[in-house]
Design a protein around this ligand. Structure first.
Ligand code: S3P
Length: 436
């Protein structure tokens, strides 16, 4: 499916983006392994998180959906999952596959995890290596690629692990395997990453000692107690509206109840350095998460040298930042972001190529890019099936001198169902292309 995004006038109004993807995945996983029923509110109705819920349904967990964005998960206990009869499909989701690998490594049964074409190209060695060190047995395709064939009935033992990449997914996979491992499991990170797994384990009654960049738990006995989870709005989905309202003259948007986990909000810091006008209104805590309404007003941006220390805290926001940089005055340089090459697409290559097609000067580097702000032209770009690149190019279209056609947009439904309607509701001129 292709989109056409056309230049538009000011963006105005108030909107709530869907629930957080990271929190939704973890809520279903821990609720499924808990004793008793947990209610999840604000659950992301995206393809990724629905795939994770479906994986647990395949293993005998009853998951009710009484209304959109709501799930009641009838947990079966830590050892209550049933052996799946067929491979478990994680769809497009790296989070789903990597966290499930940890959680399934300690089960009594065999399981196979598969994914779509993009996920089947993503590196799984980063979780297989520590899980194998814990005693797991996982076979992959050559190069550590999916499918993952996980052998059950292994006796796991805790490890102290320092992942070579800053990755919440790797940390989480190790900690989830640690629930089933004898002794203590500890992770120490290169840079602190989002700690939803640690804190949600605590909320489900499993003691976890943690601080910025480290976490430790004792496994091999214990239970998770059902609890209700409130999922905040996903900062990474809000990011496209934050950048759009900043860039389009005359705009003012209020984004409601946005999750502002400090390890997720690096984009706010980056945009503020560039001159953005973003105010946090009514900051509060909901379900243990910091949330606030964000009020974003148009402001002219100036390019920056992005501090490397911000990279991990905005790892999902680079497609949006590329567009902000393209519309800023002067140049923006990004370094230390080589992880972008192994996301849902090679995001450095996809964004650099697309923006160049629109007439923006972008120099691609192995671990980042140098982007020279200037006029954005009309044209045709390919999102390479990457949801976040598709939405970022839609934002570029608002500012272009003519319509931008964005190819391959159907995966936007993995993280942001309803994006087009919400976008049009506040002033985007965005539509799907119907081929005759
Ligand atoms: C996620 C962690 C990040 C992020 C992904 C979601 C998570 O990946 O890019 O979208 O929910 O743990 P890495 O931890 O591999 O950087």
């Amino acid at each position: 499916m292709d989109w056409i995004s056309a230049p538009s006038g000011p963006l105005r109004g108030e909107l709530a983006v869907p629930g957080d993807k990271s929190v939704s995945h973890r809520a279903v996983m821990l609720a499924a392994l808990a004793d008793g029923a947990s209610r999840i509110r604000g659950f992301l109705e995206g393809e990724d998180t629905r795939a994770t819920a479906a994986v647990f349904a395949r293993m005998g967990v009853r998951v009710e959906a009484p209304s959109p964005g709501e799930r009641i998960v009838h947990g079966v206990g830590l050892h209550g999952l049933a052996a799946p009869e067929r491979p478990l499909d994680c769809g497009n989701s790296g989070t789903g596959m990597r966290l499930l690998a940890g959680l399934l490594a300690g089960q009594a049964f065999d399981a196979e995890l598969v994914g779509d074409a993009s996920l089947s190209r993503r590196p799984m060695g980063r979780v297989i290596e520590p899980l194998t060190a814990m005693g797991a047995s996982i076979e992959t395709e050559p190069g550590g690629l999916p499918p993952l064939r996980i052998r059950g009935g292994r006796r796991l033992h805790g490890i102290a692990y320092a992942p070579p990449v800053a990755s919440a997914q790797v940390k989480s996979a190790v900690l989830l395997a640690g629930l089933y491992a004898g002794g203590e499991t500890a992770v120490r990170e290169l840079r602190p990453t989002r700690d939803y797994t640690e804190r949600m384990l605590g909320a489900f009654g499993w003691p976890v000692a943690c601080g910025p960049g480290w976490a430790r738990l004792a496994g091999g006995g214990g239970r998770l107690r059902a609890t209700d989870v409130e999922v905040p709005a996903d900062f990474s989905s809000a990011a496209f509206f934050i950048v759009a309202a900043t860039l389009v003259p005359g705009s003012e948007l209020r984004l409601r109840r946005v999750g502002l986990h400090p390890r997720r909000t690096g984009l706010l810091a980056a945009l503020r350095r560039m001159g953005a006008d973003i105010r946090e209104d009514d900051p509060r805590e909901e379900g243990g998460e910091p949330v606030a309404d964000l009020i974003v007003r148009h402001a002219p941006l100036t390019g920056i040298d992005l501090p490397e220390a911000l990279v991990a805290d905005m790892i999902d926001e680079f497609p949006a930042l590329f567009v902000a940089a393209a519309a800023a005055r002067g140049s923006t340089t990004i370094r230390g972001a080589d992880e972008l090459r192994v996301k849902e697409s090679d995001r450095i290559a996809v964004m650099a190529h697309g923006l160049r097609t629109l007439g923006v000067r972008v120099e691609e580097r192995p671990d980042g890019a140098a982007i020279e702000g200037g006029a954005i032209g009309p044209g045709e770009v390919d999102s390479a099936g990457d949801h976040r690149c598709a939405m970022a190019f839609a934002v570029a279209g608002l500012l272009a001198r003519g319509p931008v056609r964005v190819g391959n947009c159907s995966n936007v439904a993995t993280s942001f169902p309803g994006f087009i309607d919400l976008a049009n509701g506040c002033g985007f001129a965005l539509r799907t292309m119907v081929d005759n």
